[in-house]
Design a binder for this molecule. Structure first.
Ligand SMILES: [Zn+2]
Length: 345
């Protein structure tokens, strides 16, 4: 787990989010990108590359606190299908809560060699996004903006306000949570200092929805795993609804079939607790490379399990502490029993 002081992991929970909104509300008027920059305004921007569920969670907190934000949606992300029925519903929910919707534009997904190319690409993505949202899209932000993108400094391009135009970016205060930490300044410090008459704040909701807090990389990994689980459930649900066979459904872990039942049970429990990476690491060969028998592997399995149980966010598992203790105890008993000479491979 990272100990980098810039991580400020405790800043990034729903509760802390509400607190920072309240501190901001004391000093600024929440504005959208159709409002011209003036003293006292804050432009509260979200770039959505990863997860509409997380976006919706923050949108509800903001509505609850009576503030408005702009959600810039990435049409070209490998993480996120904005056309899916579930995401369309979440997008409409965010809009119905009073927030603005904008385009989070990935210029790297297009061949852009000129201003005209940029206008063509922006227009294409805007039209596609408007078909999803059913509302006009009047602002955009660049995804992973490089110098060649930021060189396009016009206030309005392709009929949309440019969130990186100097009047919204370089000429006012700017604070971003990119990669889940405060690379330049900590948001609450900026707000409380009162040093910025006008401010743009960029947050990515996926970093703010885990409580207790976990490091940024784990927030992304956990989100990917949650999405994967959802897709698996949809697949299994569809096979059941269509009265189709779901062949292999009983073998949650094919690899575990080669292990004794107690070990396989531990591994399935770890899976239920969400330790997918540990399980896969164990099963997919890490231990097999390093230890030839279960006897040799078990101490490492136990140590890895206890480490993981000690550091994981278990908020989503009912009775997780009792469950974790039981798993740890079982592993301890297995170590003592020895399971001598059982081959893992
Ligand atoms: Zn982005």
């Amino acid at each position: 787990m990272t100990t980098d002081p810039r991580a400020h992991a405790a800043d990034f929970t729903p509760t802390a989010y509400r607190a920072v909104l309240r501190a901001t509300r004391e000093r600024y008027r929440f504005s959208t990108f159709s409002d011209a920059p003036e003293a006292g305004r804050v432009y509260w921007r979200h770039d959505i590359d990863c997860c509409m569920d997380a976006a919706c969670t923050l949108a509800r907190i903001e509505a609850d606190e009576g503030v408005v934000a702009t959600y810039f949606l990435n049409m070209r992300s490998d993480f996120l299908n904005l056309h899916s029925a579930s995401n369309r519903k979440l997008i409409r929910t965010v809009g119905s809560l009073g927030h603005e919707l904008g385009l989070h534009f990935d210029g790297h997904a297009h061949a852009i060699a000129s201003e005209a190319d940029l206008v063509t690409a922006l227009t294409a993505d805007r039209t596609a996004l408007e078909a999803i949202t059913g509302t006009p899209i009047d602002a955009f932000s660049f995804h992973n903006p490089t110098g060649d993108m930021l060189a396009h400094e016009d206030d309005v391009i392709a009929g949309m306000t440019n969130a990186y135009a100097p009047r919204y970016f370089r000429e006012i205060g700017y604070c971003s949570d990119s990669n889940g930490y405060w690379r330049h300044r900590r948001l609450l410090d900026v707000i409380e200092s009162g040093a910025e008459p006008t401010l743009q704040v960029l947050t990515h909701p996926v970093f703010w929805v885990f409580d207790p807090p976990i490091p940024p990389k784990q927030r992304i990994w956990r989100t990917i795993e949650q999405h994967a689980d959802l897709i698996k459930q949809q697949y299994s649900g569809a096979t059941a609804a269509g009265a189709r066979l779901n062949i292999g459904d009983d073998d949650a872990f094919d690899e575990a079939a080669s292990l004794d039942p107690a070990t396989a049970d531990v591994i399935r429990n770890l899976h239920l607790l969400g330790h997918r990476r540990l399980v896969l690491g164990l099963l997919a060969g890490e231990l097999r490379r390093r230890a030839h028998t279960l006897d040799e592997a078990l101490p490492e399995l136990c140590a890895a399990t206890r480490r993981t149980l000690a550091t994981t966010d278990r908020g989503h598992v009912p009775d997780a502490d009792a469950y974790a203790a039981a798993v740890a105890e079982l592993l301890g008993a297995m170590t003592e029993a020895g399971h001598a000479h059982r081959s893992l491979g």
